[in-house]
Design a binder for this molecule. Structure first.
Ligand SMILES: NC(=O)c1ccc[n+]([C@@H]2O[C@H](COP(=O)([O-])OP(=O)(O)OC[C@H]3O[C@@H](n4cnc5c(N)ncnc54)[C@H](O)[C@@H]3O)[C@@H](O)[C@H]2O)c1
Length: 249
């Protein structure tokens, strides 16, 4: 199940997991986009089903997981990827004095609490099956410190605590929980959130990236697929940076 599976990185992950043979529940607040991603997977011979999913709503998160069980007979993994990248939310994530509490609460509701809700519904099924993988999309913003976007960074830092907790509590029951922390990936949402400062920020981000280019959604999808696969069998409780070396830690 990919929660937030129809945006830039979510689409790439849904498609990659299907290419690897997984049956994928593409859940997204944008139900039409989720339908398009699922249709694309099916057209290419994969297995997928779409659902309109709001991770900030407990009953919606429950229904998404239920759909996976009812449609495909079980759940092996969850990629919790949703984040509220809308101009009203991330655009208002200014600094900790100026930010409205509505923006702060909305950011935490989707980017952190929403991942907790998905976890609470998915994890019991993974435990029932003897194990499984949970992968959360974090961000370089969780580590670097920035003068803006405090709510976003706090939400992503919280995911580090979440993966460490899950790995510590249920690792010996076969659960692996990890985060992926992308650097700048030029999804439509990322471009829109940079606004007028986009060109300057892109030049800055490329400057601090040790590799030759900025990120592509497929770069992140590849890491999610690896973490969900047996190749990631001994990776647990980590937040892995996939950022061309923009952050070194
Ligand atoms: N693009 C980047 O540079 C970048 C860098 C670091 C981290 N990230 C993270 O990667 C993830 C994907 O980012 P993206 O650039 O592909 O953005 P995106 O906006 O294209 O993807 C986010 C997806 O989440 C969905 N979503 C939003 N609210 C939701 C909710 N309440 N319930 C379910 N789905 C919801 C959106 O509809 C969208 O499809 C996010 O978690 C983001 O914070 C992105």
């Amino acid at each position: 199940m990919v929660a937030g599976g129809a945006g830039g990185i979510g689409t790439a992950t849904s498609v990659r997991l299907a290419d690897e043979g997984a049956a994928v529940v593409v859940g997204d607040l944008n139900g039409d986009a989720a339908l398009e991603v699922a249709a694309r997977i099916e057209k290419d011979g994969g297995r997928a089903i779409a659902c309109e999913l709001d991770v900030s709503d407990d009953s919606s998160a429950a229904a998404g997981v239920r759909l996976a069980i009812d449609t495909f007979g079980g759940l092996d993994g969850l990629h919790a990827n949703a984040a509220d990248m809308s101009p009203e939310t991330i655009g208002g994530d200014s600094d900790i004095l100026d930010i409205s509490l509505d923006v702060f609460d909305r950011t935490l509701d989707v980017n952190l609490r929403g991942h907790v809700l998905c976890t609470r519904h998915a994890l019991p099924h993974l435990l029932e099956r003897g194990g499984g993988a949970l992968v959360y999309t974090s961000s370089a913003a969780a580590f670097v410190g920035e003068p803006q976007r405090p709510a976003y960074a706090i939400s992503k830092s919280g995911l580090s605590a979440l993966v460490r907790h899950i790995a510590s509590k249920w690792g010996k029951s076969g659960i692996r929980a990890n985060g992926v922390a992308p650097g700048l990936v030029l999804s439509e949402a990322a471009k829109a959130s940079m606004g007028d400062a986009g060109d300057d920020f892109i030049a800055y981000a490329l400057g601090i990236t040790r590799s030759t280019r900025l990120g592509d959604p497929d770069d992140i999808a590849a890491m999610v697929a690896m973490l969900c696969s047996d190749d990631g069998a001994w990776i647990n409780g980590q937040v892995v940076s996939v950022d061309g070396g923009a952050t070194l830690r």
